[in-house]
Design a protein around this ligand. Sequence first.
Ligand code: WTA
Length: 648
Amino acid sequence: MSTIHVKDEWKARAKLTEDQYQDWYRRSVEDPDGFWGEHGKRLDWIKPYERVKNTSFAPGNIDLRWFEDGTLNVAANCIDRHLETRGDQTAILWEGDDPADSKAITYRQLHEEVSRMANVLKDRGVQKGDRVTIYMPMVPEAAYAMLACARIGAIHSVVFGGFSPDALGGRIEGAQSDVLITSDEGLRGGRKVPLKKNADRACEIAEKAGQTVKTMLVIQRTGGEVAWQDGRDVWWHEAREAVSADCPPAEMQAEDPLFILYTSGSTGKPKGVLHTSGGYLVYASMTHEYVFDYHDGDVYWCTADVGWVTGHSYIVYGPLANGATTLMFEGVPNYPDASRFWQVIDKHKVNIFYTAPTAIRSLMGAGDAMVTKTSRASLKVLGTVGEPINPEVWSWYYRVVGDERSPVVDTWWQTETGGILITPLPGATDLKPGSATRPFFGVQPQLVDNVGTVLDGANDGNLCITDSWPGQMRTVYGDHERFEQTYFSTYPNKYFTGDGARRDADGYWWITGRVDDVINVSGHRMGTAEVESALVSHAKVSEAAVVGYPHDIKGQGIYCYVTLMEGEEPSEALQKELVAHVRNEIGPIASPDKIQFAPGLPKTRSGKIMRRILRKIAEDDFGALGDTSTLADPGVVDDLVEHRQNRK
Ligand code: WTA
């Protein structure tokens, strides 16, 4: 499909024109202090900043500060400042798992709930800088919990409700968090998720590792039976009655931490990505406004989970800072049936809809009729995020879901970037299906080859960003060296994204996917090393190597090569047992799609596993294995090919 030029209707509505994009972009890179100094004023500052950008990518001195002498409160920016003008407007529009279940929370109500929850936390001893872990289903209380932390200056660490007790326990310990906010159970697709039970188990795991959870605040969602530990466990619906509805927002420095969010990398345990207050909120709110061409009164829906960065920046912080009505959906795309998204759009007259390619692919599979039986007349902008979107899927989204009336914004960014970095702007950018198009203001992408040589013009390479933007992560929680090592050591003086990209002759960017050992499964980031360590923690497994392979719905599937301990026999039962084991260790999102028992793995003489070969076999593309002569035992390859589990 060729370029889709901006339509007149889009232009008429858009906040920015193409010329403005060009002007603003030029200024944002030529004069970042002037540009961001001006746009930083979109927030309410308690003490206005004088200094805007103070950042260094220099080796040994990665130091990122924005608006550093200003003070503000993030929750006050997301709530209090809207009370006068839009106290009775819906802030959070909640759509339950059951289509009969929905409710609207106004800014005034949000103010009261957040203040009360903040007071409950304070009563339990939570202070500025303390870490609070949040393990919640998609209910408004998840947003209250985040904002309550922001209100008192505590640092939240939201852990996706689909993670296992082990994963949660590790993150509680990593953040040295002694408060956990959870729910009795979650409800997704008609099924209950035992969150409190998982949380209890996670606390035991954290305890063994030396971190005691002293308070567990429990939100009642289903009313299901739960175990109770007196002294530690507190019901939210009881505690909220006992505290005042007034909680003055704490005055925070722009560079005070706002949250930690654990994310997978190519090595080791997940890293605690740390974001701070001022720059993050400026960037999240500004991108939310311009990338989605958000106008006052629009109903905005991002289908992500608050457990991921997309939920942080584009369900909670960005939209609420802009005084938007943000829709929060508890359920899943195919429950009760594959028409749910489109029905919710009609029910709530959604104007802006933001989802992931994996969801679009699976709904595309359900047939056009599931879409076309709904109206979707309210839609004005469609967005995608999380993984590359194939041009066919993009076109289906544009044509069938959007009836060719709404621009599609393919937004590229990462947990580390805090907000969207490469994206079209509706009504300004001509669209190319499959391309994230052009950088947002202040973002300077660059392509380099494997040794760091800068590649100009139309080219393919590794994607770096050469200067800081306000939403950039500031450090890895508790490990600044790992921060520098992970992102700034491959190519000195540049932030390395871990993604590959192509720039075409028009200067448009096409993200080609990860170039490291991170895979993207249904838009969820997963380190292959994490799955490997889950596998080898099973008593019968001696060695494991995990790679991604192309998967029609998930984007990438998880392919595991497993070598068993002496004396263990491969069997279908053991395959199932290993799948269950990984789900148990990490969570259902890490379920292996394929397990191949391998008598040996292809290794170099120095013992390094040659993943390139494993990837090729997993892709069923073993005709092109390349040079295998450096292998210690070239014979293992024949066996791997013969018993390959993915045959096209
Ligand atoms: C991938 C999600 C292509 C990419 C916001 C990135 C994308 C990783 C896109 C970050 C996109 C995200 N096109 N690839 N529009 N958006 N990615 O941290 O590989 O969960 O590095 O952040 O997702 O995933 P994360």
